[in-house]
Design a protein around this ligand. Sequence first.
Ligand SMILES: Cc1cc2nc3c(=O)[nH]c(=O)nc-3n(C[C@H](O)[C@H](O)[C@H](O)COP(=O)(O)OP(=O)(O)OC[C@H]3O[C@@H](n4cnc5c(N)ncnc54)[C@H](O)[C@@H]3O)c2cc1C
Length: 326
Amino acid sequence: MSMPQFTYVRPKSLDETFRHLSTGNARIHAGGTDLLGCLHDGIFAAEKVVSISRLDELQGVEQMGNGSLRIGALATVSEVANHPLLKERYPALVQAAREVASPQLRNQGTIGGTLCQKPRCWYYRGDFHCSRKGGSQCFAVAGENQYHCILGGEGCFIVHPSDIAPALVAYEALIVIAGAKGTKTVPVEKFFVLPEQDITRETILEPGEVVTAILMPKPLQGLRSSYRKVRARGSWDFALAGIALALRFNGGKLAGARIVLSGAAPIPWRSPDAEDAIVGRPLDESTIARAAAAAMKAAQPLEHNEYKIDLFKGLLAEELAAHAHT
Ligand SMILES: Cc1cc2nc3c(=O)[nH]c(=O)nc-3n(C[C@H](O)[C@H](O)[C@H](O)COP(=O)(O)OP(=O)(O)OC[C@H]3O[C@@H](n4cnc5c(N)ncnc54)[C@H](O)[C@@H]3O)c2cc1C
C-alpha cells in the first residue's frame, strides 16, 4: 500500500488549528510516528493532515505556582525521560518514558501522541474489518490472541499500547483538552474509553479537539513510585505486562496506593481490588500475596493468553517486594 494523498497544513495558533480541524476529514499530526503508519496502512483515511508542531504553547515542561508541573503535549518522550524535575519527582513517569520504543522514536514521538496512539492489535492494524473499524466481529476471539487483553475486553480485546499512560494514571495526572468551544481538564484516568462504552474509539477526544498539556500534581509526602515493563523481546517492544505503582507510606504501613496495569486491558487498568488489599497494612509477604491474587481476580483470559495471569501476579509481587525493601 502507498501513502494516500492529503493536504498538509502547519497552523501557527490554536484557533487556526481548530478551523483546519473543522473542515474535511482532518487528522492531527504531532511527531507522526504513529499517524503516518496508520495512513500508509489504510487503517483510517485523512483528506487533511494538520501539524501542530508550530504551536509554541504546546511545548516544554514548566513549573506551576502550586507545586504542580505542566508538560506540554508536544514534549517529546525523550524530553520526558531526561527532564531533571521529572526525574526528581516522578520516577515512574521517567522509567515508563525510557521504556518506550527506540531512541529515534522517543526523540520524535510526543507525550500527547503517545496517549492518542492507535492500538497495536494485528487484526485492527491488518486487513481485517474488525469491530473497532465498524465491522461485526473481533477476530482475536477465535484467532491469535496471545498478546490481547485479559481484563476489560468486551467485543474487542485490544490492549492499550502506551507505557506512559499507566504512570500518569498512577500519579493522578490531569489532561488538558482544547477545542473551538473551550478548554477542559480531566483526570487522565477518565480519558480512555472501554469497548463496552464505545468500541470505535479509544479516548474521549471529540473531532476537532487537541490535547494541549498534562498536569502533574505535586507529589504527596511519603510517595514512592515505579514503572516496570516486561516485553517479549530484548529490543524495543510493546508491554506484554507492565505495572505502574504510586505507594504512599505512613510509618510502616501503606496510607494509599494506586496500582495500574499495562498490557492487561484496552485502557490503562487501575486495580482497586489490589489497592484495597494493601492499604492500611504493612507491606509484608502475606499482604503482597493478597494483592497479587486480587489484581487478577477478575481476569478472563482468551485461549492463548492465560500465561498473563501468572505473569502479572509475579510482576506485581516482585515490584511490591522491591518497595517493601527500600
Ligand atoms: C516501532 C514502534 C515501536 C513503539 N513502541 C512503543 C512502546 O514500546 N511503548 C509505547 O508506549 N509506545 C510505543 N510506540 C508508540 C509511540 O510511542 C507513538 O507512536 C508516539 O508516542 C506517538 O507520538 P507522535 O507525536 O509521533 O504522534 P502522532 O503519530 O503524530 O499521532 C498519534 C495519534 O495521536 C493523535 N494526536 C497526536 N497528538 C495529539 C494531540 N496533541 N491532541 C490530539 N490528538 C493528537 C494523532 O492524530 C494520531 O492519531 C511505538 C511506535 C512504533 C512506531
